[in-house]
Design a protein around this ligand. Structure first.
Ligand SMILES: Cc1cc2nc3c(=O)[nH]c(=O)nc-3n(C[C@H](O)[C@H](O)[C@H](O)COP(=O)(O)O)c2cc1C
Length: 309
């Protein structure tokens, strides 16, 4: 089974992906956070994130979000010009602002709009398309009306996160509903959602032996070794994990600090990673990292936390 790194806006950008791949590895494909076409343009930040010169990961798949072919084409032009061969279409984003524009999971209740997007994929015969979706936006049966359209489009796979758009990340994943989708989908299927440990991966693999792979999101932020643990069939001990986390952290620090001027910018970029990273570390150590008010205090708090882990 393949292991993919999920797109997470604000987290899995080029610097994180490059360093994660170098330090931990174990990932068969990285997905970029979604690129959007808004107010007649693509944000510079999003362009930089997929530019080849900023990416050392080879198996990188840009993801786009669009409600209609007109929004999709400028994004495709950029991606094709950068020489990518695979593109993922976001039909799962649950940010209310995006869903209101019928982007992401907001598309799922509109089979006609999905059909138009799927039809437009034929304009790019050299590109392999994939879809990342939820069961529905408001009802867990919405995928049923979409499946004939998706099955008729030559997709390389579909990643299913078995929740609704309106649930965001709150309710438990609906693995039984996933099972129905898995049985009915003609394309290879990837499972995504709430996988935190090697045992979680194994459980999913046992129940769904024909899966093409699993996609790891917050679980990979929490334990960046999850992919390599699956590949090697064993979990890392805490000393091994701490060495690699320190290495990854030093690299993030080295590459991000010249770009992020001053304490505030740097700390506000780094601290969110610790909201997820190593959830089982001592509470007081985590608190010290999240409360650090200067880069020096922050680095000392990280060193203490890793030493105590
Ligand atoms: C902060 C955040 C940002 C996300 N950004 C994206 C995104 O850009 N594109 C996307 O398809 N999904 C995005 N997701 C959803 C994740 O890719 C993934 O589907 C979700 O977190 C469930 O998987 P997990 O339980 O392994 O984290 C985001 C999720 C979070 C929490």
């Amino acid at each position: 089974m393949k292991i993919y790194s999920a797109p997470l806006q604000g987290y899995t950008e080029a610097v994180w992906r490059n360093i994660h791949n170098d330090v931990f590895g174990g990932i068969d494909g990285y997905y970029t956070p979604f690129l959007r076409y808004e107010h007649g343009e693509i944000r510079n930040k999003d362009v930089r994130d997929i530019e080849r010169k900023n990416n050392t990961v080879e198996n990188l798949v840009p993801q786009i979000i669009a409600a209609m072919p007109e929004e999709m084409r400028p994004l495709m032009e950029l991606i094709v010009n950068e020489g990518y061969r695979c593109v993922d279409i976001n039909m799962g984003c649950s940010f209310p602002l995006q869903m209101r524009k019928k982007h992401g999971a907001g598309l799922l209740a509109h089979p006609d709009m999905v059909a138009a997007i799927m039809k437009a994929t034929a304009e790019y015969p050299d590109i392999e398309f994939t879809v990342k979706m939820r069961l529905g936006c408001e009802s867990k049966d919405e995928w049923r009306a979409l499946l004939p359209i998706l099955n008729d489009t030559p997709l390389a796979h579909i990643t299913m996160h078995p929740r609704l758009g309106v649930e965001q990340y709150k309710k438990p994943v609906d693995v039984d509903a996933f099972a129905e989708f898995y049985d009915a989908c003609k394309h290879p299927v990837i499972y995504n959602g709430d996988i935190l440990t090697l045992d979680d991966i194994k459980r999913i693999e046992e129940r769904f032996p024909a899966l093409k792979g699993v996609m790891l999101g917050r679980g990979l932020l929490a334990n960046p070794a999850l992919g390599v643990e699956y590949r090697n069939g064993r979990t890392l001990d805490s000393a091994e994990l701490c060495t690699l986390v320190q290495q990854m952290h030093d690299e993030l620090f080295r590459l991000l600090s010249p770009r992020l001027q001053g304490n505030t910018q740097f700390l506000s970029k780094m601290k969110p990673y610790w909201e997820y990273l190593m959830p089982d570390m001592l509470k007081r150590d985590k608190k010290a990292i999240l409360k650090a008010t200067s880069i020096e205090k922050y680095k000392a708090a990280v060193a203490t936390a890793l030493a105590n882990y």
